[in-house]
Ligand binder design. Structure first.
Ligand code: F0G
Length: 366
């Protein structure tokens, strides 16, 4: 097997990756040397990370490039948030915290609730009333978080959350917590480990802008450590109705079908623009129609059920001129099952038939 294929099968020789004979134990143990942990840091993990990097044959053909999908919906709570939450909760525990809090469009709250429960901590979450997908709300509730619906949007909720530590013994686990970014950068490490080097282009949805910041940090650190020879151009995509970075101003009332990125004042605004400009990339916007078209295309042509916000990365790729044969990675940030209502709204309801052989044969029209 040549070196590149060997790398693609799971890390370098000697790495404690799944193919080297040792079980995957989550991102802290896998990337310990590049994370702010020491021997006494408790590791609160659900064995997150180690997600598939799937080659997308039909998408590659469409755009004339070599496209890979980083399937972050395969994380324990169904999104990339687990990469950052394992570190944020571990460090909070190390520092003696008993409670954590976050504002969330859904996935952060699901992840915080799960990891806090694992650590035996109280978890409080603030979510925008009526704008959080059912699968995410269900997770936060079943893991026992104290969930409050705020009559306002994510930005209003985050503003309140940021003030709480001044008034109560609680640690904020939104991506304003630097440990979240440090954990999430492991996604970039895994991509380089799998491909043997950084891709040419990295496409990613942008909401609160923490993830694009984290991936850029990860790629830069891997290059600095001599584990990659280059870094990719970072292409971030906001939803058109929630595109403050692209529009150059705070959006007071962000609106998009992709509720995960329904954010008008991103906390990591500056580092996200720095990632785009330093890498020679850009942050652009995609319409809800483009997002939904990419969402359906991913499901039907690539068999990947991602959530709408995730599809923004592919929607963005589809409208970007790509050098022929370029190696592209699109991050699919969350699982489609997180938002069953949206999924059902995109398809026709199955017909009901009598329970007879003939009725079924007839109706199937095979
Ligand atoms: N995709 C999904 C599925 C998300 O849940 C989020 C953010 C993003 C993309 C954008 O990532 O904020 O780092 O730019 N969700 C947050 C939450 C805001 O509360 O779950 P970002």
């Amino acid at each position: 097997m040549d070196e590149e294929r060997q790398a693609f099968r799971g890390g370098r020789v000697g790495d404690p990756s799944p193919t080297s004979g040792r079980a995957w134990e989550g991102v802290i143990r896998r990337y310990r040397d590049l994370l702010p942990v020491n021997d006494t840091t408790p590791v609160v993990t659900l064995n997150e990370g180690g997600t598939p990097l799937l080659h997308a044959a039909r998408l590659s053909e469409r755009v004339g490039a070599d496209v890979f999908l980083k399937i972050e919906g395969a994380n324990p709570t169904g999104s990339f948030k687990d990469r950052g939450m394992t570190l944020a909760i571990s460090k909070a525990l190390e520092e003696g915290a008993r409670a954590v809090v976050c504002a969330s469009t859904g996935n952060t709250s699901a992840s915080a609730a799960a990891y806090a429960a694992r650590a035996g901590m109280t978890c409080a979450v603030l979510i925008p009333e009526g704008h959080i997908a059912l699968g995410k709300l269900a997770q936060a509730l079943v893991h026992g978080a104290r969930v409050l619906q705020v009559r306002g949007n994510f930005d209003a909720a985050l503003e309140i959350v940021r003030r709480l530590p001044d008034h109560a013994p609680v640690v904020v686990v939104n991506s304003v917590n630097p440990y979240r970014i440090d954990g999430q950068k492991s996604g970039a490490f895994e991509i380089v480990d799998a491909l043997g080097d950084a891709p040419d282009l990295h496409c990613i949805p942008v909401g609160n802008a923490g993830n694009i910041t984290a991936y850029w940090k990860g790629y830069c650190e891997y290059r600095a450590a001599g584990l990659a020879t280059r870094v990719p151009r970072m292409l971030g995509f906001q939803a058109a109705g929630a595109a403050p970075i692209v529009d150059g101003h705070v959006v007071e009332n962000p609106e998009t079908i992709a509720t995960a990125i329904r954010i008008g004042n991103p906390a990591s605004w500056y580092p996200a623009t720095a990632a785009a400009s330093e890498s020679g990339g850009a942050i652009a916007k995609v319409t809800d129609e483009e997002i939904l078209a990419a969402y359906r295309l991913l499901a039907v042509e690539e068999s990947v059920f991602s959530e709408a916000a995730s599809a923004a990365s592919v929607a963005g790729l589809l409208r970007t001129p790509v050098p022929a044969g370029a190696r592209v990675v699109c991050v699919l940030t969350g699982h489609g099952l997180n938002d069953p209502d949206l999924a059902i709204s995109q398809v026709s309801v199955p017909a009901a038939v009598d329970a007879t052989f003939d009725a079924v044969l007839d109706a199937l029209a095979l």
